[in-house]
Design a protein around this ligand. Structure first.
Ligand code: ATP
Length: 352
């Protein structure tokens, strides 16, 4: 990464005995779309609020370029936040809500009206300036909040669960729009979400949080293909976890595993794990194949899902593995003997 725009250094926030954000270090690039992903209560919103300046860190630093943000109150930071609830003023028109975001940046009525019109155009709400927020749909309200948050051209826009109030179909459409808008503006966006699919759709990079800690940061495909922990593997999609013990160090890209279903081969681990360590092998259902040579088992369940079929295979030791395949591929029937295999490169060795 070239010089980062935003740098978090060992950022910690404690509330009484609890630690909401625990020693988080992170560099964000200019014009990056970053998603903070994690379950409820993991500290995502607190991290956003620290960057925005609504909370003071217990320790650690926040820098924007060469500026120390801790020294600046929230309203002086070149950062803005869009809240989950949008927080529009119900008694003000759409135009006045957006003008409020300008906060004295533009002088004069004509110049203000021009800037408001430009912001409403940006979020595709031309002609909505005189409407009351109550007369808008959820998606339109979100776009007013977005226009207001962008009014002062922040260097970093923080969005806390921006899709939470929208229904599912609208959410997908809005995700595409938000992504396109961010590309056009080239502003750094940090979006908090607990929805893995949303994070993968939106983000250049995802930071996964668990109990206050940033456990892995990477591009969506890298997190999906090379999760660092079982938690990340399971968060980003369905995964088979096969317990085992790591074999001796060997030359080449693969390591042997003594697993509960027999000897297997997998990609050498990224983490420093010694021979004999208890591990789990993570294999995505779409990477399992049920044809040719492999570990013998019985097909016990089949679910037709339209674009794919999900099958469950029970192996001799009782382990059940899920496999998804395109429908209509030389399919065995439920009750028949099958053999399960996967390419060593599709299997990730993780600490148990
Ligand atoms: P959600 O997705 O549910 O909003 P989150 O990941 O954003 O969750 P936070 O809101 O950051 O999580 O909360 C992290 C932890 O810090 C929680 O245990 C929460 O109860 C605690 N916490 C947050 N704000 C405060 C506060 N002002 N006082 C005390 N504890 C707090």
């Amino acid at each position: 990464m070239s010089a980062p725009l935003l740098r978090l250094e060992n950022l910690t926030k404690r509330f009484g005995a609890g630690t909401a954000v625990d020693a988080v270090s992170l560099d964000l690039a200019a014009s990056e779309f970053f998603c903070l992903l994690g379950p409820s209560g993991c500290g995502k919103s607190t991290l956003l609020r620290l960057i925005a300046g609504f909370e003071a860190p217990s320790s650690g630093a926040i820098r924007l370029g060469d500026q120390d943000l801790a020294a600046l109150p929230a309203h002086r930071r070149p950062v803005n936040m869009m809240f989950q609830s949008y927080a529009l003023f119900p008694h003000m028109s759409v135009g006045r809500n957006v003008a409020y975001g300008l906060d004295g940046l533009v002088a004069g009525r004509a110049a203000t009206a021009e800037r408001v019109a430009a912001l409403l155009r940006l979020v595709r709400l031309e002609g909505f300036a005189d409407r009351a927020p109550a007369t808008l749909s959820g998606g339109q309200r979100q776009r007013v909040a977005l226009a207001r948050a962008l009014a002062r051209e922040p260097r970093v826009l923080l969005l806390d669960e921006p899709m939470a109030a929208l229904d599912r179909t609208l959410r997908e459409e809005t995700q595409a729009e938000l992504r396109a808008l961010q590309r056009r503006l080239a502003t750094t966006f940090v979006v908090v979400t607990h929805d893995p699919a949303e994070a993968m759709t939106l983000a250049d990079r995802i930071g996964v949080m668990d109990r206050g800690r940033l456990v892995q940061v990477g591009r969506p495909a890298d997190l999906y293909r090379r999760p660092a922990t079982r938690f990340v593997a399971g968060l980003l999609g369905d995964v088979n976890l096969i317990p085992g013990r790591l074999g001796a160090e060997e030359p080449g890209p693969h390591r042997s595993i003594e697993s509960v279903v027999g000897p297997l081969l997998a990609r050498a681990p990224d983490a420093p794990l010694s021979a004999g360590a208890d591990i789990v092998l993570a294999v995505r259902p779409e990477d399992l194949s049920l044809s040719g040579e492999g570990v013998p088992g019985t097909l016990v369940e089949e679910t037709f899902l339209g674009d794919r079929t999900r099958r469950v295979v029970r192996l001799a030791d009782g382990t059940c593995l899920r496999a998804t395949t395109a429908p209509g591929e030389g399919a065995p029937a439920v009750g028949e003997a099958v053999a399960v295999r996967f390419a060593p490169d599709a299997a990730t060795i993780l600490p148990a």
